[in-house]
Design a protein around this ligand. Structure first.
Ligand SMILES: Cc1cc2nc3c(=O)[nH]c(=O)nc-3n(C[C@H](O)[C@H](O)[C@H](O)COP(=O)(O)OP(=O)(O)OC[C@H]3O[C@@H](n4cnc5c(N)ncnc54)[C@H](O)[C@@H]3O)c2cc1C
Length: 817
């Protein structure tokens, strides 16, 4: 066994597939002075007993990217590192029982093809041809993924470890990390074998990541489920078929019933995600054992019965086989089921690559992403879906993690519908107005834990969960959302926006420093302005509103979900000796949006503010005796103000506005209406339209770039891009004769039989009565009037590029009224 080195550049804690892949990719990036510490033997956590399925399917663009990369890596890995392993690329059939499932498959096919994969949606005959033992009752069709398959997880891990060792990295086994401490801006990693001083630490401790996180003072949002699969003895018919064909059956996933069935040698492997699932180590009287290496939970066959019966009906030869073994092991879950890869929130020079539920499928890509975070501080693909900062502190509460983890596990294969609000883990953060909004008919969803109204139902409206299980636009909410939008257009609307993230930046030099961080101008005192943050490659990191109160006193406002990400982006770039400070004030204030032509009259009735002050100004006033800040902006694209108050004053101020508004036609409106209204203005949304997948110039944000500023982050890259020519551009498209659905994120755009771009968001604009898509299009096609096609759930529709101004109120006259 190699001795423990005393120093290293990076220490990785955990030797499962993810830790070793991270090590391998760090070495590939030239960082070979890295050490991996594993408390037991490599693979002894979840990796050794994983079934080893390697799908590429995902309804998320970034997860699909990561999984696709894994399959490409694994295909060449044995040869690249000279370590033979079993990797069977068998292809897979993912079965559909419903039309909605077929729609999901069509969308995945569109994304998969865009990523260069040969994914297809097939009918019953093709299913039977590819899988001769199948019964096709209740089926509508299937998704065929030729690059799906299975790999031996232990061999994969050993291959990655060998590759890393060959490049110079060290792996120390039977060396548990027992603590960490910070000394002179370095980490000291403590183990029974001694200490390692290093620059950077990575938590890759799998289902033990919470334990390791606590060493850093970090509560990792996660829980542990038990997950089982059953192995069957040889099935003679299958053995004969396989011998004759010289190959294995494709992997079968009956996602609507919730299991996979895979050929394992000459038998089979059945793995369900049971609805009646079980959390482990979730209560004080069931603590995680000190060591669970290479151990399993007892079999729990009762939970499997239903799935076994279903699988036997689907593939009857399974009924002839004896059961040989049950594997029931620990599998970690984050509250949204995605892993954590990226900077460890609030901790310097520390990263996470943990809490993987599909670590075999994602491990390859995860290693690449982690290595990019460590070596470059940024990633090639936008990886917000896995960024640990997407969860804030509320999400680490154990009861929340358990509720969400069980919900996701039991619905692992569920279709993600755009209007479906998952019911577990709710009511974590309530606006002081919550009861009033509920009484007005508000239907809710959680935004960074904050319950916000999505739409307002009337008595008799269908508010069932079932009604939201659709991709169609015309759900029961649609005519109410329309009424809300039209009220905002014709009279006035009010939207309660709890949890709008806000940071105060104040002190000598604050404005000068901020000017270096943003591409454009910091607004003058008394004004509010939108600013964009670019990374060194010119890509869009984030957008914030700056309310400038004084020379060096500002409030920076950003999306609720961006709270930790944006705070850290700012904080980590502040000079150590800065004379100014940054403080998170999100919990102290609340915001209500008042929008519509009558909003001035309403405010005039209840405050003495100067309501003639122009668009993009702000002022303090008093409403019902309470302090309020009126900010004249409107994401809804009408005359309007944001009303910022102390949280304690929210109800009093709302009541005053509500009462005064009654004679002016004031109506409440929700997040769905706001989304429709902002689409008509071409306003970008966080992590759809605004992401590091695009540069500031591609994003159509050049008007927010002040080229003659001496310096700002990203300037060199953006100047270079401008000189070379921008390759794709942000456009607003109107879909002609659309079908029943609007374009979801990452629908492909076509021209002359080729993919020429993608949508970044889409929806119905009620003021213009059109289906709108925002997206990125090849630059030569991004001309007003140009016609392309947009593929929405498999069907193509004509979409026309609009002029570079908002569809609604193109000259912003209503905003400035
Ligand atoms: C029954 C079952 C079937 C599965 N099938 C699949 C599948 O088909 N496809 C798929 O993609 N995924 C599957 N999974 C999930 C998969 O096993 C995990 O996602 C994956 O193994 C996670 O890898 P990891 O490296 O993150 O964690 P782990 O493999 O758990 O590795 C973490 C390592 O960290 C070590 N460690 C912990 N604490 C310390 C410490 N303090 N100091 C040093 N080392 C420490 C542990 O000993 C462990 O070796 C399955 C899971 C189960 C339970």
């Amino acid at each position: 066994m190699a001795g423990l080195p005393t120093t290293a550049r990076v220490v990785i804690i955990g030797g499962g597939v993810v830790g070793t892949s991270s090590l391998y990719h760090l070495c590939k990036a030239g960082w070979t002075d890295c050490v991996l510490l594993e408390k037991n033997e490599l693979t002894s956590g979840s990796t050794w007993h994983a079934a080893g399925n390697v799908p590429t399917f995902s309804s998320s663009w970034s997860l699909m990217n990561m999984q696709r990369y894994s399959t490409e890596l694994y295909r060449g890995l044995a040869e690249a590192v000279d370590y033979p392993m079993n990797y069977h690329v068998t292809g897979s059939l993912r079965l559909a029982h419903t039309e909605e499932r077929m729609q999901e498959f069509q969308r995945a096919k569109g994304m998969g093809r865009y990523q260069g994969m040969d994914i297809d949606v097939v009918g019953i005959e093709e299913i039977k041809r590819r899988y001769p033992f199948i019964e096709t009752h209740e089926l509508k069709g299937a998704l065929y993924d030729p690059s799906d398959g299975d790999i031996d997880p232990a061999q994969l891990t050993q291959a990655l470890a060998k590759g890393a060792r060959d490049m110079g990295a060290k792996i120390i086994r039977f060396c548990p990390v027992t603590g960490v401490r910070r000394e002179n801006d370095e980490w000291i990693v403590e183990t029974p074998q001694g200490e390692i001083r290093c620059e950077i630490v990575v938590n890759a401790a799998g289902y033990r990541a919470a334990e390791v996180g606590r060493m850093f003072g970090r509560e990792v949002p996660m829980m542990v489920m038990s997950h089982q699969y059953i192995l069957f003895e040889e099935i003679p018919e299958l053995a004969a078929w396989s011998k004759e064909q010289g190959r294995k059956l494709p992997l079968l996933r009956d996602v609507d019933t919730s299991y996979y069935l895979r050929q394992e040698k000459t038998g089979m492997n059945l793995g369900p995600y049971e609805r009646n699932c079980r959390a482990h180590w979730a209560t004080h009287n069931d603590p995680m054992p000190e060591d669970f290496s290479f151990q399993l939970f007892p079999d729990d066959l009762d939970r499997l019965e239903h799935y076994l019966a279903d699988a036997v009906a689907r593939v009857p030869i399974l009924g002839t086989a004896g059961l040989s073994k049950v594997i029931n092991g620990p599998i970690p879950y984050a509250p949204d089921g995605n892993p954590l890869i990226g900077p460890m929130p609030g901790v310097p020079n520390a990263f996470e690559a943990c809490v993987f539920t599909f670590g075999i499928a994602q491990g390859g890509g995860a290693g690449k992403v982690l290595a990019e975070w460590v070596t470059q501080g940024q990633t090639e693909w936008d990886m917000w879906s896995c960024d640990p900062r997407r969860f804030t502190s509320f999400a680490s509460a154990p009861d929340y993690c358990v509720a969400k983890g069980m919900e996701i596990y039991g619905n692992e294969y569920a279709i993600q519908f755009p209007r479906h609000a998952w019911p577990e883990g709710r009511n974590r953060k309530l606006s002081p107005l919550h009861e009033r909004i509920k009484a007005l008919g508000g239907r809710f969803d959680a935004y960074n834990g904050w319950e916000r109204a999505t739409w307002y139902a009337r008595p008799g409206d269908d508010t069932s969960e079932e009604a939201t299980l659709t991709f169609r636009r015309d759900g029961p909410w649609q005519h109410r959302v329309r009424e809300e939008c039209l009220a905002v257009r014709d009279a006035a609307g009010i939207l309660d926006l709890p949890g709008f993230s806000r940071f105060n930046l104040e002190g000598p030099g604050a404005a000068e420093w901020l000017a270096l961080q943003v591409t454009g101008l910091v607004p003058k005192p008394g004004r509010i302005g939108l600013v964009y943050f670019s990374d060194d490659k010119g890509r869009i990191v984030t957008e914030m509103s700056v309310v400038r109160h004084g020379e060096d006193l500002m409030t920076l406002i950003t999306a609720a979900v961006a709270q930790w990400h944006d705070f850290e982006w700012l904080k980590s770039r502040m000079p150590a000796d800065a004379a100014f400070t940054l403080t998170d004030r999100t919990e102290e204030y609340s915001t209500q949006i008042l929008a519509g032509p009558n909003s001035r009259k309403i405010l005039a009735d209840i405050c003495d503010a100067d309501l003639a002050l122009p668009w993009l100004t702000h002022q303090e006033t008093s409403i019902a005796g309470r302090w309020a800040k009126l900010v004249r902006v409107s994401f809804a694209g009408e005359l309007g103000w944001e009303i910022h108050t102390k949280v304690a004053d929210t109800v009093t101020v709302f009541d005053a506005v509500w009462t005064a508004g009654q004679k002016h036609g004031l109506k409440p409106f929700g997040m769905y209406a706001l989304d429709s209204l902002r689409l008509e203005k071409g306003y970008r949304a966080w992590k759809g339209d605004l992401s590091t997948d695009y540069t500031i110039l591609q994003g159509g944000l050049e008007r927010f770039v002040k080229w003659d500023k001496p310096e700002f982050r990203g300037k060199a890259a953006l100047l270079n891009e401008k000189q070379q020519g921008v390759k794709k551009r942000f456009v607003t498209l109107v879909v002609e004769n659309p079908g029943d659905c609007d374009a979801p994120y990452m629908s492909t755009l076509w021209h002359d039989g080729r993919i020429v771009g993608e949508t970044t968001s889409g929806g119905w604009g009620h003021r213009v009565d059109k289906s709108i898509a925002l997206g990125m299009l090849r630059a030569d096609l991004a001309e007003p009037g140009a016609a392309v096609e947009v593929e929405i759930f498999g069907d193509r529709f004509k979409a026309v590029v609009q002029t570079d101004e908002p569809l609604w109120d193109p000259k912003n006259e209503r905003l400035r009224a």
